[in-house]
Design a protein around this ligand. Structure first.
Ligand code: BJ8
Length: 422
């Protein structure tokens, strides 16, 4: 992982402190990813994206900002990135997946809240994330309590807008949602000083549809038994989806898909036939949170699906381009976003059905439900998920964890026992 202290200084970062991060990340990356055998060649591009995460990619975003293109940070897949792209802007996911910034956050925030929220907030407070430093503003949402209350505090450090996401999906909620999408568009337009045109939005929708379709294609290919790609590599690609240029990313994912098709033909797999296939569901895993995948795959199983926002929730739905005028397009766009089944909604039974559907499609032999510590909505929803799995005879393990290394040994024991029992 490369360093560029000059660029970081321009972004008003705590350069001295941040300089420790690239070598640390390199060590973890080598252990989790480069230690794997027989990785697809196409992973080279994604490895490179990690190597340039704090340099080349930041420079591209910095240049975009200098050109007057909006650079917007988000924390949730409910914020419609199509609109940012339509305005020529850059959308970057800012969720935090690192233990390193939790201490900064805990100086201000209560300790007993979700590590993802703490990690993201800590990155900004400590000025130790170049992505946070390069954005013009951030756009939060009212999904869970931890996030929506943190935005009030975050606004003291970086301009923070908030999109109201309803908690139900009735007709009246849809009306509110469309209005919120329009406000979001206005905020982006105010930043650029010009209106987004219908042609620009249509083009952006097509660009993002192509990206989501490439991800669907990739996920379908990994469902092959035996799997041609590891769960760790899939996780990495899905994380990079939140900070790469969409067109370039789509091209590289499709190239990788071509390679995986060829690998399947020549029976060149990452895990031998008979390897236990597991699916992960639940809360997202923001970069560089590789903890669970690393434990599962080092315990001898292969992960074949993620029902997660770093996973299928991000790309399972595309937007119909039937609409011709702005009003229709924004409505279709909202309808697509309403199909994401986050546990912040009630009722949310569609998600339970979706998990079972993905379990069947992926050829998994068990589900590990992952819940970040103190995430009440996913934690409580795991009860229903467990009931559904029991009814269907699906092996199910619920795990609650944070980013600290303390519970690794204990998790390993539980996961090994789970794999054994399958
Ligand atoms: S659509 S999953 S990205 S809200 S894990 S911060 S919910 S306490 S991340 Fe999410 Fe949007 Fe839903 Fe997806 Fe809160 Fe839970 Fe933490 Fe969470």
């Amino acid at each position: 992982v490369k360093a560029d202290p000059e660029l970081w200084a321009k972004l008003d970062m705590d350069v001295e402190r941040f300089s420790n991060i690239p070598p640390m990340l390199t060590g973890v990356f080598n252990d989790v990813f480069l230690s794997q055998e027989n990785r697809p060649q196409g992973m080279g591009y994604f490895d490179n994206m990690v190597s340039n995460i704090f340099t080349g990619r930041i420079q591209e975003m910095y240049d975009a900002r200098e050109e007057g293109r909006p650079v917007v940070g988000t924390f949730c897949v409910y914020v419609p990135e199509e609109i940012i792209h339509a305005a020529g802007g850059v959308c970057v996911g800012l969720c935090g997946g690192s233990q390193g910034s939790i201490g900064d956050a805990e100086k201000i925030l209560p300790r007993n809240i979700c590590p993802m929220v703490k990690s993201a907030f800590g990155f900004k407070v400590g000025r130790i994330c170049p992505f946070f430093q390069v954005v013009d503003f951030v756009y939060g949402e009212t999904t869970c309590d931890a996030k929506k209350k943190t935005w009030e505090l975050l606004d003291e450090y970086v301009p923070t807008h908030v999109m109201e996401i309803p908690q139900m999906k009735r007709e009246r909620d849809k009306k509110l949602w469309v209005e919120e999408v329009k406000d979001f568009k206005t905020a982006i337009e105010q930043q650029t000083g010009k209106d987004v045109t219908e042609t620009e939005l249509k083009q952006a929708i097509e660009t993002m549809n192509a990206k989501r379709k490439a991800m669907q294609r990739l996920n379908d290919l990994r469902h092959h038994d035996p799997s041609p790609i590891s769960g760790r590599d899939m996780l990495l690609i899905q994380q990079i989806a939140f900070y790469d240029i969409p067109e370039r990313f789509t091209e590289k994912v499709n190239e990788l898909c071509d390679e995986l098709e060829a690998r399947i033909k020549t029976e060149n797999y990452v895990a031998p036939k008979g390897t236990t296939r597991l699916m992960v569901s639940g809360t997202p895993m923001a970069l560089p949170n590789w903890k669970l995948h690393n434990i599962i795959e080092k315990s001898g199983a292969v992960i074949v699906n993620e029902e997660s926002c770093i996973g299928t929730r991000y790309y399972k739905d595309t937007i119909s381009t039937d609409g011709t005028n702005m009003e229709q397009m924004l409505e279709k766009l909202t309808e697509r976003y309403m199909q994401i089944d986050c546990s912040c909604f009630t009722p949310n039974d569609d998600r339970i059905d979706q998990v079972i559907k993905e379990y069947r499609e992926s050829g998994a032999q068990g589900i590990i439900d992952y819940c970040l510590q103190f995430c009440h909505t996913y934690n409580i929803e795991a009860v229903k998920l467990r009931q559904a799995c029991e009814k269907e005879g699906i092996p199910f393990l619920a795990i609650e964890s944070d980013y600290s290394p303390e519970d690794v040994g204990q998790l390993q024991t539980r996961i090994e026992a789970f794999i054994e029992q399958i």
